[in-house]
Ligand binder design. Structure first.
Ligand code: HEC
Ligand SMILES: [Cu+2]
Length: 421
């Protein structure tokens, strides 16, 4: 056997062994309880996907072991045994001593053409059925539609309770997408900068957020719970920290949450730490962050009473878009709306927990009252966000550092933020 042939045999056997080990490792590591596992879906769409993947995975596994088993068997059957050593150039055979070769076995060739064709045809039928099922949105035009806007490196959710995305949203929140249990919620996925991808593995597959485009999607959860997600399209330095959470609440709790989200914030009492914090906030933070009822366009360098800025409700800069301009004060375009920050379990693209003991132990609606604030992380974020979560090198993206703030300033700002429940 020539050195090249021997090399190939070794290479293929190595590949087989490595592949088998990899498969075993995957099988061991696959953890259905992992928050990002697709193997334990909770929503209708997630289940449609799992019901497609599981049988395909089994078929693919059978094919894998049949093919690799055949490779191993052939390797063993036609190996050079010790007694066959010759004095050829490569130690074993000369070329003219090469074992008998088989060519043009029609039956075999037809078989290994037809079998995969049939397999793939069957798989594609099931795939198409699943794709149509995923697009079969039960949400009607009047149902809640959430405009989801991806940006470096967090998610904005604009709630349209009447389903009409051409009018300004009823309220705006960030990173934690709250939905009622058992209801198909329509999503209208967009981006303000680069391509992101919205993915809550337990509820549905991925949908890209592409600048200048709008992608329909729908999610639904059959059980109450908090489900983690992750941006799955590389979108810059902090892509790995661009996470999100979907929270499914029973209908009555959802209504309670919704009503609270629509309530504007109240100005803290002057002279208290929160009052001092608000003063600092309005100078240092309100140029980017909206707090309904407190901040105004004036904070963002616009004229009082004018729209927050020239972002339209599609999340695009008006220069290139025909969308109606927001006339409410809900969206700054540049940063998360903080009106009800304390009702969220996580912050900054869900990269950090807002509460130390949150987990799933405290009911979602009681986080703001009963949770122990993750003060260290929140203070560190306010003081120097790019250190906690790398931002764009030119400081044009992400939250800027505010290292000029004294520890007292920060305490006060946190006291103010703590009133935003
Ligand atoms: C230049 C604009 C800008 C300024 C000024 C700014 N921020 Fe931010 N802030 C952001 C952006 C952008 C994010 C989202 C960053 C991310 O998640 O990566 C953010 C996120 C946050 C969050 C997390 C919100 C959430 O829902 O996850 C908090 C809290 C916050 N900022 C507080 C402050 C405070 C307090 C100040 C003033 C001391 C401030 N910010 C000043 C842009 C700004
Ligand atoms: Cu992203």
């Amino acid at each position: 056997m020539s050195g090249r042939a021997r090399g190939l045999v070794w290479l293929s056997s190595l590949l087989v062994i490595a592949g088998t080990i990899a498969l075993i490792v995957v099988a061991i590591v696959v953890d259905k309880d992992h928050p990002l596992s697709t193997l334990s879906p909770v929503g209708r769409q997630g289940r449609d996907i799992a019901e497609l993947i599981n049988p395909i995975f089994i078929v693919a596994g059978v094919v894998f072991f049949l093919v690799q088993g055949a490779v191993l068997a052939l390797w063993w059957r036609y190996r050079v045994s010790g007694s066959e050593t010759g004095d050829g150039e490569y130690g074993y055979y000369d070329d003219d001593e090469f074992p008998e070769q088989t060519h043009g076995n029609n039956r075999l060739e037809i078989a290994w053409t037809i079998v995969p064709t049939v397999l793939l045809a069957v798989i594609s039928v099931f795939t198409l059925v699943a794709l149509f099922a995923l697009d079969d949105v039960k949400a009607s035009d009047e149902d809640i539609t959430v405009t989801v806007i991806g940006q470096q490196w967090w998610w904005e959710y604009q709630y349209h309770l009447d389903g009409d995305t051409d009018t300004p949203p009823d309220f705006v929140t960030a990173n934690e997408l709250v939905i009622p249990v058992g209801v198909d919620v329509a999503l209208d996925i967009k981006s303000r900068d680069v391509i992101h991808s919205f993915w809550i593995p337990k509820l549905n597959g991925k949908r890209d957020a592409v600048p200048g485009r709008s992608h329909d999607w729908v999610i639904q959860s059959e059980e109450p719970g908090r489900f983690r997600g992750q941006c799955t399209e590389f979108c810059g330095l902090s892509h790995g920290y661009m996470k999100m959470v979907a929270v499914a609440l029973p209908t009555a709790e959802f209504a309670q949450w919704r009503d609270n989200q629509m309530t504007p914030a109240e100005a803290p009492v002057e002279g208290t730490p929160a009052g001092e914090g608000w003063a600092t906030f309005s100078q240092q933070c309100a140029s980017c962050h909206v707090v309904n009822g407190l901040t105004s366009a004036a904070n963002r360098g616009g004229a009082a009473g004018s729209p927050p800025d020239d972002w339209d409700i599609y999340g695009e800069h008006n220069g290139g878009s025909a969308g109606p301009v927001l006339t409410t004060e809900l969206v700054a375009g540049a940063a998360p709306n903080l009106t009800h920050l304390m009702t969220r379990g996580t912050f900054a693209g869900s990269a950090f927990d807002l509460y130390l003991n949150a987990g799933d132990h405290i009911p979602y609606l009681e986080l703001a009252d009963s949770g122990t604030l993750n003060r260290g992380e929140l203070e560190a974020w306010i003081y120097n966000a790019p250190e906690r979560k790398p931002a764009d090198a030119n400081d044009l993206r992400g939250m800027p550092a505010r290292t000029g703030l004294s520890p007292t300033d920060i305490d006060n700002v946190v006291a103010f933020l703590s009133t935003l429940d």
